[in-house]
Design a protein around this ligand. Structure first.
Ligand SMILES: O=C[C@H](O)[C@H](O)[C@H](O)COP(=O)(O)O
Length: 236
């Protein structure tokens, strides 16, 4: 069954809000990137403004998360300022039954992996369209690459059996540039038999900063889905 864009947006909002409600006063919160997490950040702001939540700080995973955090009045810090992250809330582009993720649809996966991996509890917020049986079936693996190394990294991922495509801007001529000033190759694989192995192999190519495979990082997946026509949150 195909879900309309409006219904997907509703699920993203429900699941974002549900995750934000798990944050308690005094927590250090990793603020993820993307349209789903944006609803969580807005809810955190609303809870702070309403006085229900006190003394939280946010560690943004991207420029976008930082802008939203400021907009919604969340005090922001960097990893230099904190010695722990209690909870991180972040989206994903694909989630498999083993909680392995593909992330980086917004080119933010490098900082996201740093922050999400440090969290005591990493909550992934997705709508049901992101669930897959087989990783890589709907989404390519984003790979952040130093611009001077694009040509050799392209050849190296081809040797691994991947089909790389340089990510291009939508409202910009030329390639997408990440928050770190790098480029992104979206690499399609026909089959990912061992995501942990592929994650390491890709990161071992000189010039690769990080890839969007998140293996063994997610603790809890919150899924927004429809049951009997009503939005519900399922967790696993
Ligand atoms: O780089 C972006 C992130 O990994 C996002 O969390 C991911 O692309 C999911 O984004 P959205 O919630 O907008 O589908």
């Amino acid at each position: 069954m195909t879900i309309s864009p409006e219904a997907i947006k509703q699920l993203k909002q429900e699941v974002g809000i549900a995750a934000a409600r798990r944050v308690k006063s005094g927590m250090v919160v990793g603020l993820g990137t993307g349209s789903t997490t944006a609803f969580a950040i807005a809810e955190l702001g609303a809870r702070l403004a309403g006085g229900e939540l006190k003394d939280i700080v946010g560690i943004p995973t991207s420029f976008q998360a930082s802008v939203l955090g400021k907009k919604y009045g969340i005090p922001l810090r960097t990893l230099d300022d904190v010695d722990r992250i209690d909870i991180a809330i972040d989206g994903a582009d694909e989630v498999d039954p083993a909680k392995t993720l593909i992330k980086g649809g917004g080119a933010a996966h490098t900082r996201e992996k740093v922050i999400d991996s440090l969290a005591g509890l990493f909550i992934v917020v997705v709508d049901e369209s992101k669930l897959v049986d087989k990783l890589g079936s709907t989404f390519a693996v984003p790979v952040e690459v130093l611009p001077m190394a694009i040509a050799p990294v392209t050849r190296a991922v081809e040797k691994l059996g991947g089909k790389p495509e340089l990510r291009m801007g939508i409202k910009k001529d030329g390639p997408v540039i990440t928050d770190q000033g790098n480029m992104v190759l979206d690499v399609t694989f026909d089959n990912i038999p061992d995501a942990a192995e592929l994650e390491k192999t890709l990161n071992n190519i000189p010039g690769v900063l990080e890839n969007g495979l998140f293996v063994g990082v997610a603790d809890l997946i919150l899924v927004g889905e429809f049951k009997d026509g009503n939005p519900i949150i399922r967790e696993f």
